[in-house]
Design a protein around this ligand. Sequence first.
Ligand code: NAG
Ligand code: NAG
Ligand code: NAG
Ligand code: NAG
Ligand code: NAG
Length: 719
Amino acid sequence: MQQANSIFLILLCVHVLVAGFIAASEDALLRLKHGFGNPRSLGTWNASVNASPCRGWEGVKCNGSSVVGLDLGGVDLRGGNISSAIAELTGLKIIKLHSTGLVGPIPPEISGLRALEELDLSNNSLTGPLPQDWANLTSLAILTLTNNNIDGGIPANLSDAPNLKKVRLERNKLSGPISAAIFVHKSLQSLAVEFNNINGSIPAEIGEAVSLRSFYAGSNRLEGSIPDTIGALSRLKHFHVDHNQLSGPLPPSIVNLTASLLTLNVSYNNLTGQIPPALAAKINDTSAFVGNPFLCGFPLAVNCSSPSPASTNKRPPEISPEVPHDTPFPDPKFWNGKKRSSSKTKIIIEAVGSLAAFFIFMILMWIFVFRDRERSRHASVSTAKVQNWFSPDIQDDRRKGRYEVFSEDLQYSYEDLVSNAGFFDTAHVLGKGRFGTVYRSHLPNGSLIAVKVFRYSHAAPSFERDLELLASIKHRNLLTVKGFYVNPVEKAVFYDYIPTGTLYEVLHGRHTALSREDALPSWQTRHIIALGVARAMTYLHRGCGYKILHRDLKSTNVLLEADWNPRVSDHGLAHLASPRPGEVAETPGYTAPEVVKSKKSTEKGDVYSFGVVLLELLTGQEAVSYVEGNAVKLTDWVVKLHVEGRGQEAIEPIVLKTCPLQNIVDKCLNLAVLCVDSNPNHRPTMAEVASVLEDCNYTSPLRSPDVKIENPLLPFRDL
Ligand SMILES: *[C@@H]1O[C@H](CO)[C@@H](O)[C@H](O)[C@H]1NC(C)=O
Ligand SMILES: *[C@@H]1O[C@H](CO)[C@@H](O)[C@H](O)[C@H]1NC(C)=O
Ligand SMILES: *[C@@H]1O[C@H](CO)[C@@H](O)[C@H](O)[C@H]1NC(C)=O
Ligand SMILES: *[C@@H]1O[C@H](CO)[C@@H](O)[C@H](O)[C@H]1NC(C)=O
Ligand SMILES: *[C@@H]1O[C@H](CO)[C@@H](O)[C@H](O)[C@H]1NC(C)=O
């Protein structure tokens, strides 16, 4: 009897404990939700809707009655904070709050979560410093804070978290040095700190991180030399330190890495001497080494061994003063200060020759740099990273051109907008296309513009006239031309800077937040985009007082603003993209068949390209896909299904889910198929297309508007 009683008592205690536990985590989760501050999201986090957090609360993972995971990646929590209540969920092993729009600091209390194994807060707008206390995070293995605004230093005691394997801190505002202590960590496999303001040198202790597989530290302000100890990192696969201020030679031990190394990037530093041939045998991509004016040897086109007086003749090495880039360098052995065991005279002749060469070269460099300084004296922006490898002639030619700005907010000098803005720096490249390269340029007032620099400098004779016309054309769905410059060496156009990306990236970019189906844009969003693009095209064709053909409409030319408002770009410029003036360049998958044949752009050709973009929105497929190595055009695939009456099969599931009214989807699919009809006379006009699309809106009552994902294209990294 007594036994039964005590069993009952024990069970009761357990029950009370478990209930108390659930109640406690429920309370903590509700306070966390309150902190997120977005009442529309997380409707399932409600005791009267779903009895327990472990039954039906979105993103809450439990083990028995303990909350062990919180996965809200991609959920709209815009403007919310991470409440310190999160630290009361002591069973948490995984926290994923990436791409949610959270702001504010990371609560320091988070560092009390002893069970935590993975913390992912990437792609938000979090600010403030990193937590300082890491010793209690004994299970933490993966820390991902990429793409926030976190500032302060990288805490030295990060190494107190004993099991840390992968640390990603790229694209923040971190400053200060990388502490040596971090590398004493035997478990550390990868460290990524690219695009911060990190300074100091690479600690020699890096050689102690025996598990290190990848080190990404590009685009910082690292200085000093690459320590020779990296030769001990027998597992290192990726070593990227491009765009820093590293100096000295590549350490000889770097050849120890060739067995494991897969990628290396030391470009745009001040490294000197020869690239060890054994390294170059493995890493033979020039772009991994460029931008180091004193680095020589294969794969660079700069030859290390100038005619050596010792081996050929007694004349000192000759110098061609014209182009600094191709100057033969003094023997690297001399640079490295190593003595040679030849006769004294030989050494002296060689030394004098090399010194003479060196001085001439330095004087040339100095003149070069000094001229640039003079020119940029009035600039108020930092130009620390501008790389100008153009000869003085080209520099002068650049200034001989015409420079026009049409926009009130862009009344800056050519120097501020072009010479000193730093956009020739590869760190500022937004994209590369058939045209050339688009750069992001900082204006003196801190704002940004996009500068499109054309690859083909001949351009059309009408370039200036065309641009004056295009600058007068303004529509909320067109990217406005704000100015341009033309000179004997290049042509460029200024545009608004739209930081959020292109339609192509949103539909086809393999972004982590987009891998969740419910983070893909809903029909409502796609409809906003389709209608906006159709309105822009109608305006170009008929509405603006001229008839302007786009000639190259495609999803990479549709930029998306934060509220998904589309801005069509590159209109009327396609003829400049071609290597020969006047020729229509084909964009596979988008150019109408009759345009490909006749090489003449037409209005109905633009309608065809629009039809392809509409098909991309409906199907989520790219204009051309590759199936077992064969190119398949989206239009062919959809038209075939449509003819067989199976058009619905082509539609992306999320479209059907967010737009359950079948007649709307059918109507849009019919419209798209009509736009890509092989007979141009059967295609509707853009005005007709826009008016059909007006009626295709459907707002799902089940889904809140999509969160705009900032910066959807982060480079994929093998970590
Ligand atoms: C919970 O859901 C009920 C019923 O849907 C609703 O009336 C109530 O306002 C919700 N409570 C919270 C805190 O969201
Ligand atoms: C870490 O654990 C120690 C000992 O249990 C405790 O005193 C300290 O407050 C903890 N630190 C944090 C940040 O929770
Ligand atoms: C590079 O490899 C050589 C030969 O295996 C070895 O003696 C040397 O210690 C290694 N360098 C470093 C820095 O580990
Ligand atoms: C560069 O390396 C690749 C693969 O290692 C090789 O196929 C190619 O021939 C190399 N190129 C040169 C110029 O050595
Ligand atoms: C190295 O970095 C530069 C600049 O960041 C980039 O342009 C280049 O493509 C990179 N090369 C390799 C091989 O990673």
